[in-house]
Design a protein around this ligand. Structure first.
Ligand SMILES: [Zn+2]
Length: 248
């Protein structure tokens, strides 16, 4: 029993969890003697206390570090079963990410995050409609997330579709929400979907417009941001190179 306790204690001392893959020493004092399952679980997921202590800027900083690990091919080793156990009874995500459905842009992987770290809302062209705004409000005002990250990406098919005036079923209505970004993008030269540079400029404008729309159309989120409780920021993921660029 003593031996077992010492082992548990030892585990507790070195118990670490990773938020967005960043190594954090878990505050394990008082956990000695708890079940191994509890300790494993404790180490595998972000706790309410840990999340609540983070500032929006710290969340951004850790996302940047996670993306750096992704780009360097030095991602954290994931124990999904431990994460599943740790998060089954509750979740305390630090951020909510609004990104495109593109198969090449799964935010958790690009940011080296794990189960329980981030809420994820995905829609072609990362636009904001009422239902998405409601989802973001839930994430921050109800569940306590500190950051709303809008993530666009290069070579986005939805942006190309909006530039080309594509028409198809319900997609037509979705693309109409991106079109204001096409018009608002200042670009001299070839303003077609065949010009990668133009497509990416429109994607960037679209991210900025989505960030603006969130502030304008969600009193809840705009209020939380004014109080300094959350930040709403835009970003662009570069398919080539893998960098998530945070927009000022
Ligand atoms: Zn896309």
């Amino acid at each position: 029993m003593m031996g077992n306790r010492r082992l548990l204690s030892c585990c507790a001392m070195t118990s670490r969890r990773t938020f967005l893959g960043t190594t954090v020493i878990a505050p394990v004092i008082g956990l000695t003697g708890a079940s191994l399952l509890t300790q494993t679980a404790y180490a595998a997921a972000l706790t309410k206390d840990q999340r609540d202590k983070m500032t929006p800027d710290q969340v951004i900083a850790q996302m940047k570090q996670g993306n750096q690990r992704f780009r360097a091919g030095k991602m954290s080793k994931q124990d999904y079963l431990a994460q599943k156990r740790a998060t089954a009874a509750g979740q305390y995500p630090a951020a909510v990410i609004l990104s495109c459905i593109d198969s090449r842009t799964p935010a958790e992987i690009l940011l080296d995050a794990q189960l329980g770290d981030t809420f994820n809302a995905r829609v072609a062209g990362n636009i904001a409609n009422d239902d998405l705004l409601g989802s973001l409000e839930f994430a921050c005002a109800v569940a306590g997330a500190k950051l709303v990250l809008v993530m666009g990406h290069t070579a986005c098919g939805a942006i190309k579709g909006a530039i080309d005036n594509a028409q198809l079923g319900n997609l037509t209505g979705l693309l109409s929400k991106i079109k204001p970004a096409v018009e608002a993008t200042r670009y001299e030269g070839d303003r077609t979907s065949k010009n990668d540079a133009f497509v990416d400029e429109v994607a960037k404008t679209n991210v900025r417009q989505t960030v603006g729309a969130i502030r304008q159309r969600s009193e809840v989120l705009a209020g939380l941001e004014k109080e300094g409780k959350i930040k709403i920021v835009g970003s662009m993921y570069q398919l080539v190179g893998g960098r998530v660029e945070f927009l000022a």
